[in-house]
Design a protein around this ligand. Structure first.
Ligand code: C2E
Ligand code: MG
Ligand code: MG
Length: 756
């Protein structure tokens, strides 16, 4: 397409009108007779649109830095156009072939042509003079001998259809195969589908810079040369352009043409793509990648290991006992469930083992010695166990073991192999006593494998252990369902205590104490009675030991003491200064509880006299913790309370204690002495005890007097104070008040003591 643009012309108008008319005439004539000359003048500023391909660097390519078409062909055309007075713009050919491009009217010229060819629509074309002679060279694989030219199989690009036509004319024997892309043609060459590839030398100078084509070789001499021309359809306009362009082409000096070619063929125009880098640095890249993969893999593995180690640590913390390393409750439970699931045919037993008085081992031998003992136990046990068995520490000194129970002898064997060394642990170290171990054993039933409930089994073993412990002996005991029922009943007792106190289910009854010689009631013992809403009437002998086990006894005792003080206050107000004995459980006495202070507060609160309260402490408490008991007793007495040693003669009394413990009255339990054995021997013991108390100048009361002969006997031996069914049974407060006229009051003392 030719763009006609009128140039601005500045013409000076002459003064003379005639002269002006003359010039006008000349101009008209010139226009009439030399139109082409005027056209030339105008076309000096015309622009040619030249369609070119960009797939044959360095002849035609797209310069990425400027985004413009560049190359040898571009520069030659620019040079020719300039010489011909054209300015030129280049447009990338969109058509598949130059033949098709010829028919596109958007282009004034198409490049490059070797010679004129007909367009895709069959129209004739014309071409310009040759811009440059382009040598066409064959490229083969390295070290390959070319067959004679006439038998040659040559690969060419489809975009070189024109050149291919020329080759066919020049070398009729050559077989040409056309390929879409350079890489397709190279593949064909490498797989021997063709003997050589043909393209112009300039393009080869670019293409063979690709590293992976280093196995290709340019043949030393060019096969033929092709002209490099611009073309257009054969039309009037086309001929005019070609004619004018030819003028420009002629003016291009050869040195200029060579300089252009040299410029492009020596430039490093080829740009590496990924495949080139892979080809050139393939080994390094592969090694580097492998190294990177191994580093990443190593890091990931390490991270995974760290995570697994952490998980293992957490699992160990969750499932294991930090001191001994054996399972804790949680871990043991899980392991037992697993073992029972996996071994439904293995007979098992579950034992619950408890070191008796472990607290005192810790206190006397030191905590670390206690820890060592626990570790020793675990080590000794674990050494005797198989993988199908498990051990756990579920509390400070409580160990549970799941053991195969093929035969009864297993228990005796464990006793000898495991428990006996543990019992003798301190003896063997030459520093301490034999340890007592209480064990409860639950033998698994078929149901336990069907419905695995480890807690239930543990409860069974625990109940059996409790039986051993409460019976004050060591050794082992098998669980039986009665024990299980007892355990449940105990739980109901403990859990219901608070409500029972609040709702009045628990009452304080009084059992009068008499002076047989004076025939008067000298006081009473407060004994609690519990009408349990669910279990009915409960005896203290049942619920007191249960409450003592869990420390709940203190709650009950505080309630009883408070009730007694409140009753005493009421009686005081009615003018009766009676005396009442209250029971203090050995479990009530603890280092951090100021029991004497508590009683002192109570008598102040209810405005009663300290000599109205006798405090009974059972004899066994003195054996368990003499120091604390002695200090508590001394303090109570300092406040003015009378302290009694309850249940004296129940089996644990020591004569030595009588000397050490400061009590006001000894309460001898006749029941213990008359319960069994030779009655005559009991009488002798009792009479000597009474004699001894008198010699020691200690007061004494005998409880459990059930009949006249006992009462008479005691009286003849000089014991005057008694308590028992023979005189009165424990009675409700109302009944007690009914016999009030027989009850002796104590003198009211002035209270001056301060709380300590
Ligand atoms: P204990 O302190 O030795 O109380 C005397 C027990 O002997 C009472 O039993 C009483 O009913 C019973 N008894 C009295 N005379 C006779 C008799 O002639 N023959 C027989 N066989 N028994 C007689 P109880 O009330 O069943 O209490 C039993 C134990 O429970 C008490 O023994 C005491 O240790 C404890 N206990 C009772 N109430 C309380 C309380 O409120 N707190 C505490 N810590 N312990 C209490
Ligand atoms: Mg008592
Ligand atoms: Mg008693």
């Amino acid at each position: 397409m030719i763009n006609k643009q009128k140039s601005a012309q500045h013409i000076k108008l002459p003064d003379n009108r005639t002269l002006m008319a003359f010039f006008c005439t000349i101009v008209v004539l010139l226009c009439a007779f030399a139109p082409s000359a005027i056209l030339c003048e105008e076309n000096n500023n015309d622009t040619l649109t030249v369609g070119v391909p960009i797939d044959r660097c360095p002849v035609f390519y797209l310069d990425e830095s400027t985004n413009e078409v560049a190359g040898i062909g571009v520069d030659l055309m620019k040079e020719a156009a300039k010489e011909a007075g054209y300015s030129v713009t280049f447009k990338i050919i969109e058509e598949a072939t130059l033949k098709e491009a010829l028919d596109n009217k958007e282009y004034d010229l198409i490049m490059p042509f070797g010679s004129a060819i007909s367009s895709a629509e069959g129209k004739e074309s014309i071409v310009s003079e040759n811009l440059i002679q382009t040598p066409f060279t064959l490229v083969t694989k390295n070290n390959v001998e070319l067959p004679p030219l006439n038998n040659l199989r040559v690969g060419m690009l489809k975009s070189l259809a024109g050149a291919a036509e020329s080759v066919t004319q020049l070398f009729p024997g050559i077989e040409i195969t056309m390929y879409d892309t350079m890489s397709d043609s190279v593949k064909a060459l490498r797989s021997d589908k063709v003997d050589a590839l043909l393209h112009n030398s300039y393009v080869w100078s670019y293409v063979l810079q690709k590293p992976s084509y280093s196995d290709l070789k340019v043949q030393p001499s060019s096969m033929f040369s092709m002209d490099f021309r611009a073309g257009t359809l054969d039309s009037e306009k086309g001929r005019a352009i070609i004619e004018r362009l030819n003028g420009g082409i002629e003016k291009i000096p050869d040195t200029k043409r060579q300089a252009i070619v040299l410029d492009y063929t020596t430039r490093k125009l080829y740009k590496y793509d990924l495949s080139d880098y892979l080809y050139q640095y393939g080994v390094a890249i592969v090694l580097g990648t492998l190294l990177l993969i191994s580093i990443v893999t190593a890091v990931l593995l390490r991270l995974r290991n760290i995570k697994m180690e952490q998980e293992e640590k957490i699992r160990l913390l969750i499932d294991h006992d930090s001191l001994t390393g054996t399972y804790n409750y949680h871990g043991f439970k899980k392991r037992v469930e697993e073992l029972l699931r996996n071994n439904p045919d293995v007979p098992y037993l579950l034992s619950y083992n408890n070191i008796k008085d472990f607290k005192y081992i810790n206190d006397n031998m030191g905590r670390s010695a206690g820890d060592e003992l626990l570790k020793y136990w675990v080590n000794t046990s674990v050494n005797s166990m198989s993988d199908e068995e498990a051990m756990g520490r579920i509390d400070s000194d409580r160990f549970v073991v799941l053991r195969r129970y093929d035969k009864q002898e297993q228990i005796s064997k464990d006793d000898v192999d495991v428990l006996e060394p543990v019992r003798n642990y301190f003896i063997n170290k030459g520093k301490g006593n034999r340890i007592q171990i209480c064990t409860g054993i639950y033998v698994l039933t078929p149901r336990d494998y069907r419905q695995i409930d480890v807690d239930r089994m543990l409860d069974g073993a625990r109940v059996a252990e409790e039986k051993v412990r409460l019976n004050r002996k060591e050794g082992y005991e098998f669980y039986n369902p009665e024990q299980w029922r007892k355990g449940k009943r105990d739980a109901e007792i403990i859990s219901h205590l608070t409500t029972a106190i609040e709702t009045g289910e628990i009452q304080v009854w009084y059992q009068p104490q008499v002076n047989i010689r004076k025939n008067e009631i000298i006081g009473a013992e407060a004994l609690c009675r519990w009408n349990h809403s669910k279990l009915g009437w409960l005896q203290p002998s049942e619920f007191i030991p249960v409450l003592e086990e869990t420390d709940a006894i203190y709650q009950l005792d505080q309630y009883v003491w408070e009730t007694v003080c409140s009753d005493l206050k009421r009686w005081n107000e009615e003018g009766h200064n009676w005396t009442v004995s209250v029971n203090l459980s050995r479990r009530d006495i603890k280092d951090d509880r100021n029991i004497p202070g508590h009683f002192f507060d109570l008598i102040n609160k209810y405005n009663i006299n300290s000599n109205q309260l006798r405090i009974e402490i059972t004899e066994s408490a003195y054996v368990e913790n003499p120091e604390l008991l002695i200090s508590t007793t001394s303090k109570l007495r300092k406040y003015g309370f009378q302290v009694e040693m309850d249940d004296f003669g129940s089996g644990y009394s020591s004569l030595h204690m009588l000397k050490e413990v400061p009590v006001d009255r000894i309460k001898l339990d006749l029941h213990f002495l008359s319960g069994g054995g030779d009655p005559e021997r009991s009488r002798i013991i009792v009479s000597h005890m009474i004699q001894m108390m008198k010699s020691l100048d200690m007061n004494m009361i005998v409880e459990g007097v059930e009949n006249k002969s006992q009462a008479e006997f005691l009286k003849t031996k000089g014991c005057e104070e008694m308590q028992g069914f023979y005189f009165y049974k424990p009675m409700s407060v109302e009944e007690f008040e009914k016999i009030g006229d027989k009850i002796k009051s104590v003198p009211v003392k002035k209270r001056t003591r301060k709380k300590q």
